[in-house]
Design a protein around this ligand. Structure first.
Ligand code: CUA
Length: 181
């Protein structure tokens, strides 16, 4: 509801800006202007817009990419717990359904038919990490679970009639030393 309200206000503001622009253009349409002055002004505005957009874009990119939820995949985890995950229309097959918290887990994700989205959701139903399940490829997905509980694998790529039913479940059990990595 809050989102709807914000969108409503933003829409009204947008309409207002467009309307004001029309009024401004109408009010000034009778006057003659010096082309050189107008051109200079327009270039100046355009330059500042350009700089502002670059600063804005870099800032938004930086702020939104810093807390990237997927860990560094290039890291070698020699002590990883291996889980083979195979997707098919319409189920997941996991080579094990219990992993330990605190030690990296390496999911080797593939598919036997079409593309599927391999997404892991935590006990709080928030997405933890994800990758693609693709036929002919094995995508490696590294993740270290910190919280024990029941996790679910769900498909994030529409793959046919029973796409919504592609759900599997596994347990994250506390580490041997009581959950501390
Ligand atoms: Cu598999 Cu959607």
């Amino acid at each position: 509801m809050i989102t709807q309200h914000v969108v409503w206000v933003l829409t009204l503001a947008g309409i207002g800006i467009v309307a004001l622009t029309f009024v401004y253009v109408l009010a000034n349409s009778g006057k003659t202007a010096d082309a050189a002055v107008t051109t200079h002004k327009a270039y100046s505005i355009r330059r500042w817009w350009f700089i502002a957009l670059i600063v804005f874009g870099v800032a938004v990119t930086y702020l939104t990419l810093t807390p990237f939820p997927i860990g560094h995949q290039g890291a070698l985890a020699t002590n990883a717990q291996m889980v083979d995950a195979v997707g098919r229309q319409w189920s997941w097959q996991l080579s094990r359904n219990e992993v330990r918290a605190g030690t990296p887990v390496q999911f080797n994700v593939s598919s036997v038919d079409v593309n599927h989205g391999f997404a892991i959701y935590g006990p709080d139903d928030l997405i933890v990490t994800q990758t693609q399940a693709m036929p002919g490829f094995t995508n490696r997905l590294l993740h270290t679970f910190t919280r024990p509980g029941t996790y679910r694998v769900m498909c994030l790529e529409y793959c046919g009639l029973a796409h919504h039913a592609m759900v599997a479940q596994f347990e994250v059990v506390p580490a041997d030393n009581g959950g501390q990595p």
